[in-house]
Design a protein around this ligand. Structure first.
Ligand code: SF4
Length: 230
């Protein structure tokens, strides 16, 4: 491997090994939550080590810029568990009811859309706040952590383009960050599969809605059940 080249398969193997080592002895809901936090921390630490300050200086993503939060986001069931728990612990009953309605409204629309339709219609993520910040930032999915842009104007133009035939601008991303978070996702999915747990990817709003409505599914997932969307 050339110096400075991120080792996607090596990192994916490393994440899978961490997942298996934690899940084999104890597959309960608490382990699932702790493991998700551990894998996110591992990925963020590796990213901090991989990206130089010079590379970081080109990344234009900032809080308050939510252009890209209008695409399908694929998450693993334990990521949905972490988000559902975060919502239950950080929100009042009234605020949780508001978020649940936003999830219901979003899922009802986006569940029938493919990626291109979602982008073209500009359907925002239900967690995107009015100030365009992420409402679940500490527990945001690995897929969201991998997305970057060198040019927010290009993101805005791409999201506003009306059809697949429009001349979409190229959005230049940091490929190391993208591959690193994908490596974490793939490794985590492999670890879950090897331990007999649900390793399928789900659209964000549908998966979180299912666990907010039916928190008892969290324990069942840890026991090997498949996530049932509501
Ligand atoms: S979870 Fe947060 S970062 Fe990801 S799409 Fe939604 S608002 Fe954006």
């Amino acid at each position: 491997m050339a110096p400075g080249t991120f080792d996607f398969f090596g990192f994916s193997d490393e994440v899978a090994a961490v997942a298996i080592s934690r899940l084999r002895p104890c597959g309960d809901a608490a382990t699932l939550c702790a493991l998700t936090a551990e894998i996110v921390a591992l990925a963020e630490q590796r990213l901090a080590a991989e990206l130089t300050p010079h590379e970081r200086s080109f990344i234009a993503c900032r809080s308050g810029c939510g252009h890209c939060c209008r695409v399908h986001v694929s998450i693993l069931p334990p990521e949905a568990v972490a988000i559902a728990r975060f919502l239950h612990r950080s929100l009042s009953a009234e605020a949780l009811a508001v978020v649940t309605r936003r999830l219901e409204d979003s899922y009802e629309v986006v569940r029938w859309m493919d990626d291109e339709e979602r982008r073209r219609n500009g359907i925002p993520c239900p967690f995107l706040a009015a100030d365009q910040s992420c409402g679940i930032y500490p527990v945001r999915p690995l897929a969201c952590r991998g997305i970057t842009s060198m040019d927010p104007e290009a993101c805005a133009v791409a999201m506003a383009a009306s059809s697949a035939c429009d001349d979409l601008p190229v959005i230049i991303q940091n490929i190391t960050q993208l591959l690193l978070m994908k490596g974490a996702y793939v490794g985590y999915a492999r670890g879950l599969a090897e331990c007999g747990l649900d390793s399928r990817g789900f659209e964000l709003s549908g998966a979180v809605l299912a666990l907010v409505r039916q928190p008892e599914q969290i324990g069942a997932l840890a026991g090997g059940s498949l996530l049932a969307l509501t």
